[in-house]
Design a protein. Structure first.
Length: 425
């Protein structure tokens, strides 16, 4: 049973890999703009961890695009993102996120698993382990990848959606956005569905006999995955066929089915949610703007603004937003100081996330960074706070979702984390 009543049944995480700049998205800093080109005050940066700007002259770098107020809530959002602005009253902007790791891979790891130790379960695996799957013919945890047009392609390792020390049946399943969604989804020539069924039954009987002898949980995983693979041969082709989606829906997302874009993946995420998938994670790469942040943010907005707003709107129109938690954010933010040719370095002290649906108050901004956007100041939210809040909305007490490993209780939130109750309905 759940630990308490749930507000959300599923999660769609729109993960912006590379580190989106909060200063050109959701956190306007007029003081930083006024100080652009001036030395960054030592009081902000002395003794602080900085990535590639360490021991260099630090110069303030103002917001490169204007902001506007949107909706009845008058939330300030960069004017590159007017579509997200159109749903301002449905979203909560958290401006006071912070994290511990300043380089991409460990920052992805802590954001996804709550730990910098490789081999810990991803948050999607924890959710699936704690709540189980609703879909019978699709995986409970699905991952989709897309890439931007700017060329800053930091790799995303498959261990970011690994089950870690949990049984491997809880790991995420990556679906390809171009070509066959899953390798070998079609039966080879001469193999009918009936013959495939007979083959799997025979294999599973052998696996069951082995499990009865050695009691290895990975054998149970093997049995379950053979069954799931067989079911997916029927379910996945229909899932990926968007030809029956109304023209106006495709236009709303800006999606061209089969192109592997973030927009098409957002539409596919809605279809996965409709079919009962518990945790859906979209990785959109190309946010690592060490140079040319002004120009690159234009590209990123074109790729993500319309589709993000369309997903929220579409879920709301279908009555699904109330029990779907939608999350938008990356592994860290960017510095208020300039780097290279108009770029920003990695930044962990303060950045922004957007959340909507699933028990979240819409039309509110939570937390602040200081006047230069350097550090979370009011109501800071750690990665563990964020994970604790997500699990709470799903009806799970983060302190009680644990497994024994090497004599210790392992949790997604480790030994810290508080639910951010002010943003909850």
């Amino acid at each position: 049973p759940l630990h308490h009543a749930a507000k959300a049944r599923r999660v769609i995480f729109l993960y912006q890999a590379g580190g989106p700049s909060h200063l050109e998205t959701f956190d306007y800093k007029p003081k930083l703009r006024a100080m652009s080109g001036s030395p960054m005050p030592d009081s902000f940066t002395k003794g602080q961890q900085i990535a590639q700007l360490q021991n260099q002259k630090l110069i303030c770098f103002g917001p490169q695009h204007d902001f506007q107020k949107y909706g009845k809530s008058q939330q300030e959002i960069c004017d590159l993102f007017p579509r997200i602005g159109s749903v301002a009253d449905d979203i909560c902007i958290i401006r006071s996120m912070w994290t511990e790791q300043i380089n991409h891979d460990p920052a992805h790891t802590i954001m996804n698993t709550g730990s910098i130790i490789a081999g810990r379960p991803s948050m999607g695996s924890w959710v699936l382990y704690g709540l189980g799957a609703e879909a019978e013919d699709l995986p409970g945890f699905v991952v989709l990848l897309s890439t931007g047009q700017g060329g800053q392609m930091q790799p995303i390792a498959a261990r970011q959606w690994s089950a870690g020390l949990l049984p491997s049946k809880y790991q995420g399943v990556k679906l390809n956005s171009i070509g066959d969604p899953v390798l070998y989804i079609e039966n080879p020539p001469g193999v009918s569905a009936k013959l495939q069924r007979q083959s799997i039954d025979a294999i599973n009987k052998l696996n069951q006999a082995e499990y009865a002898t050695v009691r290895d949980p990975e054998i149970e995983t093997r049995i379950a995955q053979y069954e799931m693979a067989f079911k997916m041969q029927s379910s996945v082709p229909g899932l990926m066929d968007m030809s029956k989606e109304p023209k106006q829906v495709l236009e709303m997302y800006g999606a061209q089915p089969g192109d592997g874009s973030f927009a098409s993946n957002c539409l596919l995420a809605r279809r996965l949610a409709e079919r009962g998938v518990r945790f859906i994670q979209l990785y959109h790469r190309d946010w690592d703007h060490h140079a040319g942040v002004k120009e690159n943010m234009v590209w990123k907005a074109k790729e993500t603004d319309q589709a993000t707003a369309a997903l929220i709107t579409d879920l709301k129109q279908r009555g699904m937003l109330d029990d779907t938690l939608v999350i938008w954010g990356g592994e860290f933010g960017r510095t208020p100081m300039s780097q290279g040719s108009g770029g920003r370095d990695h930044h962990i002290k303060g950045f922004s996330y957007v959340v909507a649906g699933g028990g979240i108050k819409g039309g509110m901004t939570y937390g602040t960074t200081d006047e230069l956007g350097y550090a979370a100041q009011e109501n800071p939210v750690s990665v563990h706070d964020f994970h604790a809040t997500m699990l709470h909305l799903l009806g799970v007490d983060h302190k009680r979702l644990a497994v024994k490993f090497q004599g210790l209780d392992v949790r997604l939130t480790g030994i810290s984390g508080d639910v951010v109750r002010d943003i909850l309905v």
